[in-house]
Design a protein around this ligand. Structure first.
Ligand code: SAM
Length: 374
């Protein structure tokens, strides 16, 4: 870490409690898995310390919507953007959830009915890498349910479907596979030994159980606080007004691949999704371009004196990365905005192994950069 960052790190806010507090404030946060998801308690602490009630908070890399959801729950107004359609589906699902379990169940009954009236899809048009995860009847029903939700613009039930898409447990729809990143586990659970894991999975009872879990502790969100949620990349960000704060976690340079790792869920949203990953060099260049776009497009909407809070993955060990991601990012941001002041640097361990890939470089710790616009 550079001298600038480490000297400021000494001045981390005294009340900071980091990720040692393990309380999630709403089951909505658990709506569906998302790689690189921020712990809700960290979002809450940062919003509580660096924003005030009624503030407009921008998250231009909203991912699964952790920061926007916490912002609304704390009485802030929010704007959320991301390039990934799965991320936007999740963010909207959390912030536009039906107010009660009864309302959600009614919506589900209608969608199920209408999805069964849809024409059957020709499974030969579905790529093999998708087909190998499902019993053909389950796949048929899941595709029609997804299409119905897309047509009726229902991100909440779509997110519920995507959340139960793959796992090895009976409450899920796929053949035995992992939950976060889709890998078939047919070697561990061979079809001949575990035939029950390869039968058709009915959608209705599994979606109803998902709703019951989601509303276990209530899920009321004040929608009037949500100003905008859209699938917009930071390079294309345009706002008509200033924001009081930016609180966001930019994509982890080189470590996570939001398309590849979400590929099966992504395919249900966008049928052109392929099972591939861009080259690391490409991602390195993309990452610098994203920081540059953030500097010129997002920071300009931050009001004077407003905080920009960035949660940056710290340890990326691939050979091509020469400098620390937070330093690299800070250098670019201050080059564009010389009056940007580093107020705090907070270091926090990422305790959850699911945050990173097991092989190659991995993001093990986070740095929170708290900047103030002069
Ligand atoms: C670290 S994740 C955000 C995680 C989020 N805070 C959460 O709790 O789920 C970074 C996000 O940036 C998004 N992203 C990547 N490139 C982007 C771009 N050019 N513009 C906007 N979002 C982008 C990714 O899709 C990913 O969802």
């Amino acid at each position: 870490m550079s001298r600038q960052l480490s000297s400021v790190a000494q001045r981390a806010p005294r009340e900071w409690r980091g990720s040692s507090h393990n309380v999630d404030y709403s089951c909505l946060h658990q709506l569906a898995p998302y790689i690189g998801k921020l712990k809700p308690v960290i979002a809450r602490e940062l919003l509580g310390q660096f924003t005030s009630s009624g503030d407009i908070v921008l998250d231009c890399f909203s991912g699964s919507g952790t920061i926007p959801l916490e912002a609304v729950m704390l009485g802030r107004r929010t704007l959320a953007f991301d390039t990934n359609p799965y991320a936007i589906t999740l963010t909207r699902a959390k912030l536009e959830a039906p107010p009660t379990l009864e309302a959600a169940n009614e919506q589900l009954a209608q969608r199920l009915l209408d999805s069964q009236r849809r024409p059957r899809c020709d499974q030969r048009t579905i790529p093999l890498w998708v087909r190998k995860f499902f019993h053909p009847k389950t796949l048929q029903n899941a595709v029609r349910f997804a299409d119905e939700c897309i047509e009726k613009d229902d991100p909440f039930l779509l997110a519920c479907l995507l959340s139960i898409l793959h796992h090895q447990r009976p409450g899920f729809l796929s053949y035995p596979s992992s939950h976060l990143v889709p890998y078939l586990r047919d070697r561990k659970f061979p079809r001949v030994e575990y035939p029950e894991m390869y039968t058709e999975r009915e959608l209705a009872p599994r979606l109803a159980a998902k709703l019951a879990r989601t509303y276990k502790h209530g899920a009321k969100v004040n929608r009037s606080k949500v100003l905008q949620i859209a699938q917009v990349g930071v390079a294309d960000l345009k706002l008509d007004f200033e924001v009081d704060a930016i609180v966001t976690s930019p994509p982890y340079m080189n470590a996570l691949d939001y398309v590849r790792d979400n590929r099966l869920r992504m395919w249900f949203l966008d049928r052109s999704t392929v099972d591939y990953s861009p080259e690391p060099t490409e991602r390195q260049m993309q990452s610098d371009a994203i920081t540059a776009a953030f500097a010129s497009n997002a920071l300009r909407y931050l009001r004077k004196g407003g905080h920009c809070v960035l949660v940056v993955g710290e340890t990326v060990l691939r050979k091509r990365v020469k400098t620390h991601p937070a330093e690299r990012m800070l250098a670019r941001l201050t080059a564009e905005y010389p009056k940007l002041r580093v107020e705090h640097v907070i270091r926090d361990k990422i305790p959850d192994v699911r945050r990173s890939r097991r092989t190659e470089g991995a993001t093990k710790r986070e740095l929170v950069l708290v900047l103030k616009k002069g």
